[in-house]
Design a protein around this ligand. Sequence first.
Ligand SMILES: Nc1nc2c(ncn2[C@@H]2O[C@H](COP(=O)(O)OP(=O)(O)OP(=O)(O)O)[C@@H](O)[C@H]2O)c(=O)[nH]1
Ligand SMILES: [Mg+2]
Length: 340
Amino acid sequence: MFIDYVEIYVKAGNGGRGAVSFRREKYIPKGGPDGGDGGKGGDVIIESNPNMSTLLDYRYKRKYIAQNGENGMGALKTGKSGDDIILQVPVGTVVKDKETGEVLFDFTQPNQKFIVARGGKGGRGNNHFKSPTNQAPRKAEPGQKGEERWIILELKLIADVGIVGFPNAGKSTLISVISAAKPKIADYPFTTLEPVLGLVQYKDFKSFVVADIPGIIEGASEGKGLGLKFLRHIERTKILLFLIEATSSDPFKDYKILINELGSYSTELLKKRHVVAISKMDLIPEELRKDIERKIKLKFNKPVKNINKSKGIFFISAVSHIGIESLLDKLAEMIDEAEQ
Ligand SMILES: Nc1nc2c(ncn2[C@@H]2O[C@H](COP(=O)(O)OP(=O)(O)OP(=O)(O)O)[C@@H](O)[C@H]2O)c(=O)[nH]1
Ligand SMILES: [Mg+2]
């Protein structure tokens, strides 16, 4: 199962307390203080693991408590430090403080580490409190408390291009043709229930990552269909690809509905550059294609509220491999531009 949002509790270990102890040696009646310090509490650390792809583990176990430091001992022995806990998460995970919503860390690379709750320091033993006036201090410190907090782990996939469209528009078919990804494809809506990433190996050994997400319908922002929560996976993409069926009765209207739904999730999404691809062109009889293309182009020339003009409109068929190359050329060019 693909899980992209969890809330968990983390608590670092407390520091051990410092010891109150006095040296005891033969023939020395009054030994000085020799109470050792308490050990440090264990940290709770989060680490990004490139082999993980979901936050599923954290659905079942919600609380992570690191070990406390041990108390200090006589003969200046420091208590043992508590063991750290390391929580592994997929690359693309954002860590937020649950109470404030503040982003604490964003794992964009593999093997990054972040201490989300710091273990408490051990308290000092009584050997630190000796002074000219007090040769036999009975004072030692308690250990500090380990930090604790509720946090949110949210996985936002990292892709270059996000494909958005109505259910059944052919999004999964397209990603299966341009990449090695093998998502489920079927002739019914909401076939795709979780996002899929595909690596497109492009000319000149370049590559880019495309994300296929579940279909969006009118009213998705009010919870219709699968809702909009998976749009978090296209928040980080550089480019959006709107995929609209050629056989639709009004492709331009579909486009406006999609824009509207995206905008109600986040206006930031609409600031991304985008292209439009009209899919399933093989279903249009060949002799009608030119005419239909011309009409659709004309319609899409009109400006749409809240979004910049698309960087191009492509007429494609994933099944018959029509127009795929020029679409990929454009996407690669736009990614290059976005990276400069
Ligand atoms: N003729 C034709 N059919 C296509 C083409 N692309 C996709 N289809 C068909 O359209 C149907 C839906 O395709 P999917 O790729 O599953 O569509 P989707 O957009 O991923 O759908 P959801 O996951 O439900 O949102 C399937 O029956 C595909 O075989 C195409 O280029 N030409
Ligand atoms: Mg699909």
